[in-house]
Design a protein around this ligand. Structure first.
Ligand code: ZN
Length: 100
């Protein structure tokens, strides 16, 4: 092997940050990490679960609850500002009259 032209070979492996498994693979980059591996990916485990390493589910749930609160406030404001309109006739009754 010629000296000075080859990168340093690391055999300390790749670590999965979700399940902590260390995969013993030789690499030229030190401290490689992956977010998901065959040990914890739902396709391989057969479980229906969401692997949330970036906090995307938490962000979505926050946005959803904020949106629902805003919608509830708007509905409350509408309910107090306007009197309730009578319920609409059903489409069948509009088309065929009351005797249908
Ligand atoms: Zn994993």
């Amino acid at each position: 092997m010629k000296q000075g032209i080859h990168p340093k070979y690391n055999s300390d492996g790749i670590v999965c940050t979700t399940c902590g498994t260390r995969w013993m693979i030789g690499t030229t980059r030190p401290n490689l990490r992956v977010e998901i591996c065959a040990n914890c990916h739902p396709f391989y485990t057969g479980e229906q679960r969401i692997v949330d390493t970036a906090g995307q589910v938490d962000r979505f749930m926050k946005r959803l609850s904020a949106s629902q609160n805003r919608q509830a406030a708007i509905e409350k404001q509408r309910g107090s500002a306007k009197p309730q309109t009578p319920p609409k006739k059903s489409l069948l009754k509009e088309l065929y009259g009351d005797d249908a």
